[in-house]
Design a binder for this molecule. Structure first.
Ligand code: SF4
Length: 443
C-alpha cells in the first residue's frame, strides 16, 4: 500500500484528522517533566505529583486526551500545525500523520479509534531525554537541550536584538529545562523506570533515547545495562540519538549492546566545514568514521537532516555520501529523513531570497531526477525529498507565528554575527555562496 493509499483508505476512514501518534507515541523530557505527542506540537508539563501514583500519566496528560477527542471528531488540534500545513499544500502531499501512524498494526489504530478518548494507553514508541548534557551547541538548538548552549549564555550573556524569536530561545539559560541534576531525586525519572518495569518493556516496539547527548548520560547506560542483564525479557528495539561527536564512545556502545536490537539515529544535513559551522562541536571526519564503525559492527544508522537555511548548498552532497553507504552496506542499513526546521523561524530555509531558494530547489530536483530510480532509496526518502522541493516552491512563510520577512532577515544577520563572535567562526568564510546576500542584509 502506498503512503497515499494508506492515508485515504486507512487513516481518513478513521477520521479526517486521526493520527495514531497521539495515542501510541510520545516524547518525554524527564529532566523538565515536559511531554508532547508526536514531537512536533509544543511540549506541556506533566503533573509531578500525580505521576508518582500513576506513571502512565507521563504520557496520558489532559492535553493529549483533549487532542485525541478533537481528532476523533475530525477536528484539527492546533498543536499539529506542522501536518496541517503540509496537507494544505495539496499536490497529494504526505504529512507525518501518515508516517507516524503507518508504523503501528492496523488493529491498533482501530483500537485507538474505539476506546474512549480519556482512557490511559500504553505507549508503543517512546522518545525520552534524561537530561540536556551535550558537548555540542548547534545553531538551531538552544540551552533547553544543550548544556554547552547553557555555558554560552551564562558566559556571554543573552543574544541581543532578535525580534522574531518570540519564544526567547537565545536570551536565557532555560533553567526550567533541567530541574534536577544528575544524582538528585527526580520523580519523572523514577516514574519512567517504574513504568518501564511494569509495562513499557513489554509494550514498546521502540524506545528512542535522545538528549542532550544520551551517550553522555548515566541513565542511558543504566538502561543499556538493564537490557544486558535482562536478556529475553523485552523485545523493545532500542534506538539512540547520538551526535557521534567527540566524547561519544561508540566502541563501549558496540561492546555493551552485542546481540541486542539497537539502531542509531544521528543528525546531519550538510558536509565538511559547513556542517561543523551549523553543528558547533562537530568533527565531521570523526562523524564519518563513527558512522562507518557502527555500520561495520552491524548497527543500522538513520541520518536525520534538519533542513535549515544553511544546509541546502551541500545537502545533495550529503545525500550522495549516504547513497554510497547504502550501496556498500545495503538499503536497510542506512536511512535518511528530511525534517523541515520551523523554529527558530529566522533559520528556516524560507528566509533565503528567491534566487537562492530556487537554485537549491533546482539542485534537489536534479538530485531526485538522477536518483529516484535508484533501488537503494526508500519510498519515504523519495517522498521526503519531493516534499522539501514542494516546500521550497510553495510555502512562503516559515510558520503562522512568524513575523514578516524583514524581521526574520534582521534576526538571521544579528544571530549569526553574534554566533561568529562567541564561537570563533566566520559566516562569510564558511558560506561564500550566501555571502553577497548576507552582507546586503541591513540591521
Ligand atoms: S504533528 Fe502530525 S504527526 Fe504529530 S501528532 Fe500531530 S498530526 Fe500526528
Amino acid at each position: 500500500m502506498t503512503d497515499l493509499e494508506f492515508k485515504q483508505q486507512v487513516l481518513d476512514a478513521l477520521s479526517a484528522t486521526f493520527c495514531a501518534a497521539k495515542w501510541y507515541n510520545a516524547t518525554i523530557w524527564l529532566g523538565s517533566g515536559m511531554t508532547t505527542s508526536c514531537h512536533h506540537p509544543p511540549a506541556h508539563l506533566v503533573d509531578r505529583d500525580k505521576v508518582q501514583a500513576n506513571p502512565r500519566l507521563l504520557h496520558n496528560t489532559d492535553q493529549k486526551k483533549a487532542d485525541r477527542k478533537q481528532m476523533l471528531a475530525g477536528e484539527r488540534p492546533s498543536g499539529c500545525e506542522y501536518c496541517w500545513k503540509i496537507e494544505d499544500m495539496g499536490r497529494a502531499a504526505i504529512s507525518d500523520r501518515v508516517y507516524k501512524s503507518k508504523i503501528y498494526p492496523i488493529e491498533a489504530l482501530h483500537e485507538a479509534r474505539n476506546i474512549s478518548w480519556d482512557q490511559d494507553v500504553n505507549l508503543r514508541t517512546l522518545e525520552i531525554a534524561f537530561d540536556r548534557t551535550c558537548q555540542f551547541a548547534c545553531s538551531y538548538c538552544n540551552p533547553a537541550f544543550s548544556s554547552t548552549w547553557v555555558r554560552d549564555i551564562r558566559r556571554n550573556g543573552p543574544y541581543h536584538n532578535l525580534v522574531s524569536d518570540g519564544r526567547n530561545h537565545f536570551t536565557h539559560d532555560h533553567a526550567n529545562a533541567q530541574l534536577y541534576d544528575y544524582g538528585d531525586h527526580n520523580p519523572y525519572i523514577d516514574a519512567f523506570f517504574a513504568w518501564w518495569e511494569s509495562d513499557l518493556h513489554r509494550t514498546l516496539q521502540e524506545l528512542r533515547i535522545t538528549g542532550g547527548e544520551p551517550l553522555m548520560s548515566g541513565h542511558t547506560w543504566r538502561l543499556i545495562d538493564w537490557f544486558r542483564d535482562n536478556r529475553g525479557r523485552s523485545s523493545t528495539r532500542l534506538a539512540i540519538n547520538s551526535n557521534l561527536g567527540p566524547q561519544t564512545d561508540v566502541y563501549r556502545l558496540i561492546d555493551s549492546t552485542q546481540g541486542m536490537p539497537i539502531e542509531i539515529y544521528t543528525s546531519q544535513e550538510s558536509v565538511g566545514k559547513q556542517a561543523e559551522y551549523i553543528r558547533d562541536g562537530l568533527d565531521y571526519p570523526l562523524w564519518l568514521q563513527n558512522v562507518q564503525t557502527l555500520l561495520d559492527a552491524g548497527i543500522t544508522v538513520h541520518v536525520m537532516c534538519t533542513i535549515n537555511a544553511l544546509c541546502l548548498t551541500t545537502l545533495p552532497r550529503l545525500l550522495n555520501e549516504l547513497l554510497v553507504w547504502k550501496h556498500i552496506y545495503g538499503r536497510e542499513r542506512v536511512n535518511f529523513t528530511l525534517n523541515i526546521l520551523r523554529f527558530p523561524s529566522f533559520q528556516s530555509a524560507l528566509v533565503l531570497p528567491d534566487n537562492l531558494r530556487n537554485q537549491f530547489k533546482n539542485d534537489l530536483e536534479q538530485w531526485l531526477v538522477s536518483n529516484r530510480g535508484h533501488n537503494y532509496l526508500h519510498e519515504h526518502e523519495i517522498n521526503h525529498t519531493q516534499r522539501l522541493i514542494d516546500y521550497l516552491d510553495v510555502v512562503k512563510t516559515p510558520h503562522r507565528e512568524a513575523f514578516d520577512m524583514p524581521k526574520l532577515h534582521n534576526d538571521f544577520r544579528q544571530f549569526y554575527s553574534q554566533y561568529d563572535l562567541r564561537r570563533g567562526k566566520s559566516f562569510s568564510e564558511y558560506f561564500p555562496e550566501l555571502r553577497e546576500w548576507y552582507d546586503s542584509i541591513q540591521v
